[in-house]
Design a protein around this ligand. Structure first.
Ligand SMILES: [Ca+2]
Ligand SMILES: [Ca+2]
Ligand SMILES: [Ca+2]
Length: 309
């Protein structure tokens, strides 16, 4: 006949409603909980209990399990903080010498957030098809606050520049700021031609030797060149814009081993080894014999020279 009060209970707080004289209904303006409802229960909502009490002390109560009113007693609260994506490998601008490089990244939502919705993950390499968390090559590991993901391309990437593009959402529908990463695949060692010394093994009688050559790399120029003489250090040489290099060495008497190594920006190497024998000592003739001597006209004789070097 006459109501005493109408109140609601949500998230442990009770609020008494007030009667709107123009509609006759009971109303309340209530601040939403400051945390997403996603983690509250399997239905991802805050349950509300409504209680009406009349002046005689009769109480009617309904909550989210009520067959008729239950659906109206579920409050869905969404957070608005974007999840984050951090690519841990490859580094920006990295040169990679394998053509199926593992791409690793971390997906995180804020503390007490709705959490990463892993099925919303998108992975795109260059202009390829968009992959998801269940695509071949994608390995997802659940960690505190989100997921760690490794994606290994199932077909080899070509030599050259590639860009990976990632995005994900949290369970409340907030999309991360998309993250991209560009890197270069280089599986081919640099070209290295050594024109001096031209032969694998050569001989000379002056100590000075100039190593000459050219180098080039299709994907990862510029190329660095080092020259190593015998047990000495590998010494960097200047390589000009056309790939030419030269390095003057001072040989030691005897056998000299020269190793020329070209290294491209990705770290792929090519090496050429030359052996140069420095011999500054003229041969020594120690004895000569002629037999028979004298020799008869028209007959042959043998001359023997004992010479060492
Ligand atoms: Ca969030
Ligand atoms: Ca290369
Ligand atoms: Ca000699």
């Amino acid at each position: 006949m006459a109501l005493k009060k109408v109140s609601v209970v949500i998230n442990g707080s009770r609020v008494e409603l007030t009667k709107n004289p123009s509609t006759g209904k009971y109303e309340g303006t209530i601040a939403a909980p400051n945390m997403t409802s996603f983690n509250v229960n399997a239905g991802h909502y805050y349950p509300i209990t409504v209680e009406a009490e009349d002046l005689a002390g009769n109480v009617t109560s309904a909550n989210d399990s009520d067959s008729a009113l239950g659906e109206s007693l579920k409050l869905f609260v969404k957070e608005t903080t974007k999840p984050t994506i951090l690519i841990t490998s490859p580094a920006s601008g990295a040169y990679i010498i394998t053509n199926k490089p593992a791409i690793t990244f971390q997906l995180r939502d804020e503390t007490n957030g709705s959490g990463i919705k892993i099925s919303s993950l998108t992975i795109k390499v260059d202009s390829g098809t968009t992959l998801t968390n269940t695509s071949p090559g994608v390995v997802v590991t659940s960690v505190t606050g989100g997921y760690n993901v490794t994606y290994t391309p199932q077909t080899a990437l070509s030599d050259g520049s590639h860009t990976i593009l990632l995005n994900v959402q949290d369970n409340d529908g907030n999309a991360a700021t998309a993250v991209s990463r560009t890197f270069t695949v280089d599986t081919v060692p640099p070209i290295l031609n050594v024109s001096s010394p031209a032969e694998v093994t050569s001989y000379q009688n002056v100590a000075s030797l100039t190593v000459l050559g050219t180098t080039n790399d299709a994907t990862s120029s510029p190329v660095g060149v080092t020259v190593k003489l015998n047990t000495g250090a590998a010494t960097a040489t200047v390589v000009d814009g056309n790939g030419n290099f030269s390095k003057t060495l001072t040989l030691v008497e005897g056998t000299n081993t020269i190793v020329i190594t070209a290294t491209d920006a990705a770290g792929k190497t090519s090496s050429v080894t030359r052996t140069v024998v420095l011999d500054t000592v003229a041969p020594v003739v120690s004895s000569i014999t002629i037999a028979p001597n004298p020799v008869n006209v028209g007959q042959s004789y043998i001359i023997t020279v004992d010479v060492t070097d």
